[in-house]
Design a binder for this molecule. Structure first.
Ligand SMILES: [Zn+2]
Length: 328
């Protein structure tokens, strides 16, 4: 049908815990329109869906593109998903549980919708358009409030039968270590996430070991964000640098173990913490990986920082939708 022939535009949606972002792309994945709004936690599913639909419509209007010209929409979504059924199982940040997001969006918009894990979508964006192009196997590690992971293997997102996988944040880093949010002990996330690093930094500031951080951000965890950590290190807070390097070292050792399993040629580091201190993280993660990787894999992988920033998930989601729906 003529209308199908014209379906050459794609939507990429990134549904985060604090903000949502959508982009309208042409067939070459150039941005035609975009919109970004706050995600209101706990406003309920129907209000949330309405907000998503409004955000999409605003971006389409800006782009001058009608829904009839859209081939489909990919959505990067946080939390465990049932990929087969298109259900968001649990998103504590949104206060959502068992939401049939794919069907709800298809009903509202009248276009095919594909949902995926937000970290998977971000790494797929880097694979298609950014730091991991041409990789046979790309591994992604994205430290933030937690630590997300993803793997693209020969152009496919590694996943389970129904659920997304690659929970690198819950690989054990320290046997019998600190309790993780997931209930297990010693997970990478429990020893190296930004939240854990910020807590250690706050303690150092309380002890009087981080004067610059104390002056700039104080000891309130919500103020000790990636930028504040980077500034404090640049200003000479050696103890904060030690804390951040220690966390990056933990990430590196886990990355090395994963390399032993999958032999990725590219390891992509992304997220706010990495963006704020790319060189420090690349150095420590490279070094840490060498402590655990088999010598035969040394030199077989590149550790690179993500190239697309905030756009990775929207671009990746749109490209993934295109691959699944059109097979290209
Ligand atoms: Zn865990």
């Amino acid at each position: 049908m003529a209308e199908k022939e014209e379906s050459k535009h794609w939507l990429g949606f990134d549904l985060g815990g604090t903000k949502m972002q959508v982009k309208v792309f042409d067939e070459h994945f150039q941005t035609l329109g975009k919109e970004r709004r706050k995600t209101k936690a706990n406003e309920g599913v129907s209000a949330g869906v309405k907000r998503i639909v409004e955000t999409v419509r605003i971006a389409l209007e800006e782009a001058g593109v009608s829904l009839a010209a859209i081939g489909g929409m990919g959505m990067g979504v946080p939390g465990p998903l049932n990929l087969e059924a298109g259900i968001l199982e649990l998103a504590p940040n949104l206060g959502w549980e068992k939401v049939p997001l794919r069907d709800l969006m298809e009903k509202e918009l009248g276009i095919p919708v594909v949902i995926g894990n937000d970290v998977d979508m971000g790494l797929y964006g880097e694979y298609q358009f950014g730091a991991a192009q041409e990789s046979r196997c790309a591994l992604g590690i994205f430290p933030g409030t937690g630590i997300g992971g993803a793997c693209i293997y020969e152009g496919q997102i590694l996943r389970g039968k129904t659920a997304s996988c690659f929970e690198i944040g819950h690989v054990q880093a320290i046997p019998n270590g600190p309790l993780c949010g997931c209930g297990k002990k010693g997970c990478l996330e429990a020893v190296a996430s930004r939240l854990v690093t910020a807590a250690a930094a706050a303690a150092a500031a309380c002890r009087g070991d981080a004067p610059h951080l104390m002056q700039k951000a104080g000891t309130d965890l919500t103020n000790i964000r990636s930028g504040a950590l980077a500034e404090s290190i640049a200003a000479g807070d050696v103890e904060i640098e030690n804390i951040v390097r220690l966390a990056a070292g933990h990430m590196g050792r886990v990355v090395g173990s994963v390399i032993n399993l999958l032999a990725p040629d590219t390891v992509v580091l992304g997220g706010g913490l990495i963006e704020a201190m790319p060189d420090l993280h690349a150095e420590e993660i490279r070094k840490g990986s060498l402590e655990t990787v088999l010598s035969s894999f040394e030199g077989s992988y590149h550790v690179v920082t993500a190239a697309l920033g905030d756009d990775a998930a929207t671009m990746g989601a749109a490209a993934w939708a295109k691959q699944l729906l059109k097979g290209t």
